[in-house]
Design a protein around this ligand. Structure first.
Ligand code: PEP
Ligand code: MG
Length: 585
């Protein structure tokens, strides 16, 4: 028996068979050179994919004419024109001959160039054409990939997935019923793959460095996502011990679920709000089971990353409305699309940015593609008639970006009004605080925001210069670092001085070890993976806010994260018995 230790990324204990899934088997957007005599074959593939896309759009167009609206049909007509445009095809053919790259890559490259050019144009008509090109090329590339791509969606047996790295889009598309656990060489606790594993309640250990070398296909594995431990081919005694641990874990989880109905209130009467983060609309059906009082973060970009998705307004409207309706009047905060970094939209974004995490991400991406952005804003606005919707903008670095985003929101509202599409008049507009520049100028941003939501995953990454997905430097991603605590304090205090709410939707909000500090800092709302809510609530219901405030004051005077961590550990040990806190063995 061998034992590996990695980063505990999604709790739960599971025993099963390893399925090794190696990167080379599934390139995300393949790029490879072709010979001259292969050009004709690649061109043929393009024409077939194009024909299929034409058939698909025609069907959508017919449906739109019959069931939706003339405007929607006009969008599909524009796309059909694009698909049948000889100039578009000629460009692709010419580049294919010149570059001798595979056709998926050529389509992406040409459309990327056109989108950049049209998106930057001052002419709204041309900017809208950029959105058409994006939709059309996405369709074609999807068709091309579905012809060649091996997919985790086809898993037909229960497995523990062992991978070097896995993109968030792959987690979305895999057959989640069959993936009982995940072991990964790369990744940290706040990487999006970890976040998705928690959302789908798949026990996961990441950052293992060499799991794909140490584990063979078919090995028996035990994964403990709460401790970060993996056993390879355990003996019978160990299997028995783990089976008992699985049983105890289930009992603890059931016990915690019983807290669902109780308010998130400290014994001295301080009430906070606990909400859920979701990544896909279906999750909204489950979150109330854990006692969520709303959705504090809907990561809308996962809709854009799902395979076959076309980013059309109607499709988005359906998805957002589904979430809002499922929450039955409880508040839903939809975060506008945050692609880039580890969430690339292949037909827009090349994988060759030198520093993707500092690059064309989130609000920067949206502001440079205003039509795409406004399409999303209209879809969100329209969904607001079904409940209580808030909008928030990711990765705001300063006032200019916030003002521009708000201006586009106003334009989107005007467009809805002109089209006769209703939206709620009282939509709250929030700023995500996840860049140090935003936290340091929180007083200025607070004057222009209805609420703040602190994204600690990025805030910690950018404050401490630690790539959140890189297991080699993961040990440095310390939320208790004095620099992080000071930025959190500055942000929360600025919000309160301005009379707005300070929420947090980064992973720290769901970490029971941080709850006391966050209560002490005065955080109003904690939004997290739904299954973490009961644990956090248990701490809140057991800790006086005044005692948390004193703890936090002391923590703010510490000079290192080790000191803060020791202080908090000691306080936790005094305030809660070990039995109260143990979640997994
Ligand atoms: C964050 O950065 O903390 C956050 C909530 O956003 P994301 O994890 O999606 O980057
Ligand atoms: Mg973020």
């Amino acid at each position: 028996m061998k034992r590996l230790t990695g980063i505990p990324a999604s709790s739960g204990i599971v025993l099963g068979k390893a399925f090794l899934y190696l990167e080379d088997d599934f390139p995300e957007l393949p790029r490879y050179g072709i010979r001259k005599d292969q050009v004709e074959g690649e061109w043929r593939r393009f024409l077939d994919a194009n024909d299929e896309a034409v058939r698909e759009v025609k069907a959508l167009n017919d449906r739109a004419v019959r069931e939706i609206s003339k405007e929607q049909a006009a969008i599909f007509e524009a796309q059909l024109m694009m698909l049948e445009d000889p100039d578009f095809k000629d460009r692709i053919k010419e580049r294919l001959h010149k570059s001798l790259n595979n056709i998926e890559w050529v389509v992406r490259e040409i459309s990327y160039e056109l989108i950049q050019k049209l998106g930057a144009s001052g002419d709204p008509y041309l900017r809208e054409r950029a959105a058409d090109i994006s939709d059309v090329s996405r369709r074609i590339v999807n068709k091309l990939l579905s012809i060649t791509k091996f997919s985790l969606a086809d898993l037909s047996e229960d497995v523990i997935l062992v991978v070097h790295d896995l993109l968030p889009s792959e987690v979305l598309s895999m057959n989640k019923e069959r993936v009982k656990g995940l072991a990964m060489d790369m990744g940290g606790r706040t990487s999006h793959t970890a976040i998705l594993a928690r959302a789908f309640e798949i026990p996961a250990v990441l950052g293992l460095s060499s799991a794909t070398k140490e584990i063979n296909n078919g090995d028996t594995l035990v994964i403990n996502g709460g401790t970060g431990e993996i056993l390879i081919n355990p003996d019978e005694k160990n299997v028995n011990q783990y089976e008992q641990a699985i049983h105890r874990y289930k009992k603890t989880v059931d016990g915690l679920l019983a807290l669902g109905e109780l308010p998130a209130e400290t014994p001295d009467g301080h009430r906070v709000s606990l909400k859920a983060n979701i990544e896909i609309p279906e999750e909204a059906d489950q979150v109330q089971r854990f006692g969520a009082e709303g959705i504090g973060l809907y990561r809308s970009e996962f809709l854009f990353l799902a395979s076959g998705y076309t980013a059309e307004e109607e499709e988005q409207f359906q998805a957002y409305s589904r979430v809002v309706k499922a929450m039955k009047g409880l508040p839903v905060t939809i975060r506008t699309v945050d692609v880039g970094g580890d969430k690339l939209l292949p037909e827009f974004q090349a994988a060759d940015e030198k520093n993707p995490l500092l690059g064309w991400r989130a609000i920067r991406f949206c502001l440079s593609l205003p039509e795409l952005f406004k399409t999303q804003l209209r879809a969100i606005l329209r969904s607001s008639v079904y409940g209580k919707v808030g909008i928030m903008f990711p990765m705001i670095s300063g006032v200019e970006e916030l003002e521009q985003a708000k201006e586009l929101l106003e334009e989107a509202k005007g467009e809805c009004r002109r089209r006769g599409q209703a939206y709620a008049p009282d939509i709250q507009v929030g700023t995500m605080i996840e860049i140090p520049s935003a936290a340091l100028t929180a007083d200025i941003l607070a004057e222009r925001s209805d609420f703040f939501s602190i994204g600690t995953n990025d805030l910690i990454q950018y404050t401490l210069a630690v790539d959140r997905g890189n297991e080699k430097v993961n040990y440095l991603a310390q939320p208790a670092h004095p620099a992080v605590l000071r930025l959190l304090k500055n942000t929360i205090d600025a919000a309160h001085r301005r009379g707005i709410k300070a929420a947090m939707c980064g992973e720290l909000a769901g970490d029971p070890a941080a709850t006391a500090l966050l209560l002490g800092l005065g955080l109003d709302e904690f939004s997290m993976t739904a299954s973490s809510i009961p644990q956090v609530k248990r701490i809140i219901r057991g800790a006086d806010q005044e005692s948390c405030r004193i703890l936090t004051e002391k923590a703010l005077n510490c000079c290192s994260y080790s000191q803060v961590t020791a202080l908090v550990d000691e306080w936790m040990a005094q305030s809660f018995s070990t039995n109260d806190l143990s979640e997994t063995d």
